[in-house]
Design a protein around this ligand. Structure first.
Ligand SMILES: [Zn+2]
Length: 249
């Protein structure tokens, strides 16, 4: 089988080697051209309109009243156009919008009177699973956390590791294992007041699990925030009124 292995063509003759170099050179030029046009054609993460990472109309949609969620502070509702922007960021690699989304979280923190450096002194994120991060090329929660930390003037530290499904799961019911990923936490300093960031809060299970891990290693306080959140589910009472399942925070 070894004698069938092709002789590297660059070694065949100097002329062939030059031809290969020329061909590869022009292929590289095509790649650069394609990359440049991708970079220059900036499109809106929400509606794909060309011109800006987020267009005026989508920017406006992100000003919608955020849902009140128990245990997590949310900047925008995970519905309609706002949802499209977050999905564009998350699944279509629209990283340019991360700073804007982080800014919405910062504004929400200001609204509720959170004082950076006093109420929270370090920023971290609930890490995405390895497979998903490889697939997307980045961890969207980390990107938001890094932008947010810079805007708040706080350090951003990796304090959590996601336990892949093979990890120890004892003491948790099957339903819990399905619902919430496990996290291991390590504080860079004891007694930290942690601002814990995620991109989307749906069931709240991920943030709940990550927050519990941080508290278990001695975090003084954990404030969970998400860019977007689904409205809290309501249950119809016998008299026909709706009320939240749990009291909104
Ligand atoms: Zn748009």
């Amino acid at each position: 089988m070894f004698d069938r292995a092709p002789v590297p063509s660059a070694l065949a003759s100097p002329t062939a080697a030059r031809a290969i170099r020329r061909r590869e050179g022009s292929r590289r030029l095509v790649d650069v051209g394609r990359l440049l046009s991708q970079v220059l054609t900036v499109r809106c993460a929400g509606c794909d309109a060309p011109g800006a990472p987020i267009c005026r109309s989508c920017r406006f949609a992100l000003l919608a009243t955020p849902p009140r969620r128990p245990g997590v502070l949310v900047a925008v509702p995970f519905t309609g156009r706002a949802r499209q922007v977050v999905l564009g960021f998350k699944f279509h690699n629209r990283r340019a919008v991360a700073g804007h989304l982080a800014g919405l979280v910062r504004r929400r923190l200001e609204q509720v009177g959170v004082r950076p450096g006093i109420d929270v002194d370090v920023v971290t994120w609930a890490p995405t699973g390895d497979a998903r991060r490889r697939e997307r090329g980045f961890d969207q929660a980390e990107l938001i956390a890094r932008h947010l930390a810079r805007q708040l003037g706080l350090p951003c530290r990796r304090l959590l590791v996601r336990e892949e499904s093979s990890g120890p799961q004892s003491g948790r019911s099957r339903a819990e294992r399905l619902r919430a990923p496990g996290f291991r936490a390590r504080l860079d300093r004891p007694g930290r007041a942690v601002l814990l960031v995620d991109d989307v809060a749906t069931t709240g299970a991920t943030l709940g699990s990550a927050s519990a891990a941080l508290r278990s290693v001695g975090a003084r306080d954990v404030l969970s925030v998400a860019v977007a959140g689904t409205p809290v589910r309501t249950r119809r009472r016998p008299n026909g009124h709706r009320r939240p399942l749990r009291q909104a925070a």
